[in-house]
Write a protein that binds this ligand. Structure first.
Ligand code: GLN
Length: 539
């Protein structure tokens, strides 16, 4: 019998529901249960692929080619599993299915209504994802905050599922407890209101995760327990942690998984978090640093710097550094700064390695190309992901082959030297304005060339990596590029698409058309990141 745990947010967004969901799943998994997690995004977009990264954060691509939310990446990293498209839903996606069914006469002549048909579709999807993962536990993270209009139908689905199987469903409210500086005391009232709002839609939370800068103390725990109808030991302190990987251990110290099992009438089981604990020890105690610069553009929203758009890249760097007992220090560099002031490029000599992640469009591109030229010439380890690979080809064509106007046709459709150009299938889609979910998406096989650095890193000849792009390496330039030292070290099995490039005479200069960051896990770092960090440490 599968169990379902709904996780909802109170007071405000951004309190760490995704981490709390993943951490709860992790502690249950460590007790030998099969765990999966579902992310519900209440917006109308069918997927996250059509949103600006500054607004939405990272688009996490699944193996089966869905463009999902960054929380799905957190689940994959915490559970060390692959999460598929069925585990992701949005309002747009749910309505799309209901309307499709109605058109196919699947409602047998009934009037199709928002309630119950929309929540029923949500439940159908939850059960399907559970069955496909053969999960004992399915964590369901409902995006947004209780009390808002957008996620009400998803909460209704949770209520209906509990009504259907009362012994198998739990609700967790992840809430925020502020300590206003002028008061100097942790306030519980916003959380009480959040719990009441949940009650108003027919849901009683079983657990309250008390997020905040500080751990909740006893008097306030008692207050929340009394006013929100939750047992005191079901109020879990979740103060800000030094690392997200601390959170499962923080929950276990408060016996959260024991309490969950007890509430669901399941027998206690021993937990195995040994490897995880070892990792956390390294995270806390590594002192020797490795400095990596990430050159991007999706950083600023008004006066605030956001690095969410690159979360999987950031985590991958950390995983690799920790596996070498190093403390990773990441420096966020805004590509546009190098366009304004090329003298700033000298800053790169301070770093051990430089990484350029994926991206789209013109903004910051010339700055990225300048950065690549600098690291290539100054022999600083470089890892280019997707756009970071394409721009490395452009840079090399311009400055080594002497094709001064070389470019990607994404930037200059009329360039005399389109070293990166649009894939033919993609051109048709773009012409027809068919943008949503139409990029080259998801996992594709790639064959590595013997004797290359990449082949050695993977220790395998055939690999599988996840993609998200419309443009590709132009084979018309392949002979010239390779002759000058930029080797095509990985291609699609038919040899048609160049997926990896590397420089022959450089400490580490690798560009990949795919996104290795989606497959790095805390306890098994991605081989390319590992080799990149290794080379960076050497420098
Ligand atoms: N803009 C490039 C393309 O569409 C790169 C995409 C990416 O970096 N994800 O091919």
């Amino acid at each position: 019998m599968s169990k379902y745990i709904f996780v909802v947010g109170g007071v405000m967004s951004g309190v760490g529901k995704g981490i709390a969901t993943a951490a709860m799943g992790k502690i249950l998994q460590s007790r030998g249960f099969r765990v999966t997690a579902i992310k519900i995004d209440p917006y109308i977009n069918v997927d996250a692929g059509t949103m600006n990264p500054v607004e939405h954060g990272e688009v996490f691509v699944t193996n089966d080619g869905d463009e999902t939310d960054q929380d799905v990446g957190t689940y994959e990293r915490f559970f060390n599993t692959t999460i598929n498209s069925v585990n992701y839903m949005t309002t747009g996606r749910v309505y799309e299915s209901v309307i499709h069914r109605e058109r196919n006469l699947e409602y047998g002549g009934k009037c199709v209504e928002v309630v119950p048909h929309v929540p029923e579709e949500v439940i159908r999807r939850i059960k399907k994802a559970t069955a496909m993962a053969k999960a004992d536990f399915t964590m369901i993270e409902v995006g947004g905050t209780v009390g808002e209009y957008q996620n009400v139908l998803f909460l209704e689905a949770g209520r209906m599922l509990r009504h259907e199987c009362p012994k198998d469903v739990l609700f967790v409210l992840v809430s925020y407890l502020p300590v206003p500086p002028n008061i100097g005391e942790m306030k519980t009232k916003p959380t009480q209101h959040a719990a009441q709002m949940l009650n108003a839609v027919g849901i009683q939370p079983d657990f309250i995760i008390a997020r905040g800068e500080h751990a909740i103390d006893e008097p306030r725990r008692a207050k929340i327990s009394l006013f929100c109808n939750v047992e005191p030991h079901a109020v879990i302190a979740a103060p800000d942690a030094a690392s997200v990987y601390d959170v499962p251990l923080m929950f276990e110290r408060q016996h959260l998984s024991d309490t969950i099992l007890k509430k669901l009438g399941l027998k206690p089981r021993t937990s195995n978090l040994q490897d995880w604990k070892k990792l956390v020890r390294v995270i806390h105690h590594a002192t020797r640093e490795v400095h990596i610069a990430v050159v991007g553009k999706y950083f600023s929203t008004g006066d605030f710097v956001l690095t969410d758009a690159y979360i999987s890249v950031l985590e991958s760097i950390k995983h690799a550094a920790w596996s070498m007992k190093r403390k990773p220090i990441i420096h966020w560099m805004n590509a546009e700064e190098f366009e304004k002031d090329p003298a700033k490029l000298k800053e790169f000599s301070k770093f051990d390695g430089v990484l350029i992640p994926g991206g789209f469009g013109t903004r910051g591109v010339e700055g990225k190309i300048k950065a690549i030229e600098y690291v290539r010439k100054n022999r600083i380890p470089y890892l280019g992901l997707c756009y970071g690979m394409q721009l490395a080809v452009v840079e090399f064509a311009r400055h080594v082959l002497g094709l001064r106007t070389a470019n990607t046709t994404e930037i200059d459709p009329k360039t005399a030297h389109p070293v990166i150009h649009i894939m033919p299938e993609q051109e048709k889609l773009v012409r027809a304005s068919r943008y949503g979910g139409t990029m080259r998406l998801g996992a594709y096989p790639c064959v590595l060339k013997n004797g290359t650095r990449t082949r050695a890193a993977y220790g395998a000849r055939k690999i599988s990596e996840r993609h998200r792009h419309r443009y590709e390496y132009n084979n018309a330039y392949r002979v010239r590029l390779e002759k000058a030292g930029l080797i095509a070290s990985g291609t699609s099995p038919d040899g048609r698409l160049v997926e990896i490039i590397e420089l022959k005479d450089h400490p580490f200069f690798v560009g990949v058309q795919f996104h290795p960051e989606f497959q790095s896990r805390p306890l098994s770092p991605h081989p390319l990141f590992r080799e990149f960090i290794k080379a960076s440490i050497k420098k």
